[in-house]
Design a protein around this ligand. Structure first.
Ligand code: CDP
Ligand code: MG
Length: 246
């Protein structure tokens, strides 16, 4: 962050909140009146598998991970209605934005939230048992209505994963940007190209304003060098709402 006074955090209103018509309630709990924080960015996202997997990369390999991915993609709450599979992605900013949002969300587990912090948003969530193919209990999934970044470095990674600089007013960009003065960058099936290939998508064109860290990653990958983040972590954002394919 290069402007200390505008700490930002990512909030996701998850598919169970939409399904249970709790969106308005959640938004009013997060209002400036209650939190002292302001909107910096907002979008309605049909979550692709690539975006879901990048967002929850730290949980890869855990027993609840496959179910968590299906949950955030809206597959569990809207199995027969792809058009209703949405997450509302929001960026809030202000002093202590990360901590304030985590406090109002409450503990991860809705049972714990009800016991320790009645009144917090996650106290309205549910816990769903997870079973293996034979029907044995293997763990739990926590449908807790809302995500909020847990720390400042997590907020930066997550905001850059879900939002481009152009999604923010120029006064509300917290991270360093750069104007692409070089190549076009195209993406297809997990690979980067600097020339258009049939079926590829243009991620960045000359003149586009991009997060400097994304640009550094693309430049390194172009030269075959190790990069700070994966190509998928950069590309997922540019493919948000691009196709209905999951
Ligand atoms: O969201 P938060 O940072 O509080 O928790 P996390 O440990 O980073 O887990 C991310 C999300 O995975 C949670 O919000 C839950 O929806 C889900 N989760 C789960 O389903 N079962 C668990 N045992 C832990 C987390
Ligand atoms: Mg977390």
């Amino acid at each position: 962050m290069h402007k200390k006074e505008i700490e930002q955090t990512l909030v996701l209103i998850k598919p169970d909140a939409l399904k249970n018509s709790l969106t308005g309630y959640v938004l009013s709990q997060l209002s400036e009146f209650h939190t002292g924080l302001r909107f910096a960015g907002a979008k309605i996202v049909h979550v692709s598998r690539m975006l879901a997997e990048e967002h929850y990369a730290e949980h890869r390999g855990k027993v609840f991970y496959p179910s968590l991915i299906e949950y955030i993609m809206g597959l569990l709450h809207y199995p027969d209605a792809p058009e209703r599979r949405r997450v509302i992605a929001l960026v809030y900013q202000g002093q202590d934005a990360v901590k304030k949002m985590r406090d109002i969300c409450g503990p991860t587990n809705p049972h714990v939230a009800r016991e320790k912090k009645p009144g917090c948003i996650r106290a309205l969530g549910t816990v769903v048992p997870l079973k293996d193919a034979e029907g044995n209990d293997i763990g739990e999934r926590m449908d807790n209505l809302i995500h909020a970044s847990a720390a400042n470095d997590e907020a930066e990674r997550e905001i850059k994963l879900w939002f481009r600089p152009g999604d923010f007013s120029p006064f509300m960009r917290s991270y360093i940007t750069e104007v692409n003065k070089e190549d076009h960058y195209y993406f297809r099936e997990g690979r980067l190209y600097i020339k258009h290939e049939p079926g590829s998508v243009c991620l960045i064109a000359p003149g586009d304003v991009v997060w400097k860290s994304d640009f550094d990653t693309l430049r390194s990958l172009k030269q075959g060098l190790p990069a700070a983040s994966s190509l998928a972590a950069v590309a997922a954002k540019y493919l948000i709402n691009y196709t209905a394919e999951n």
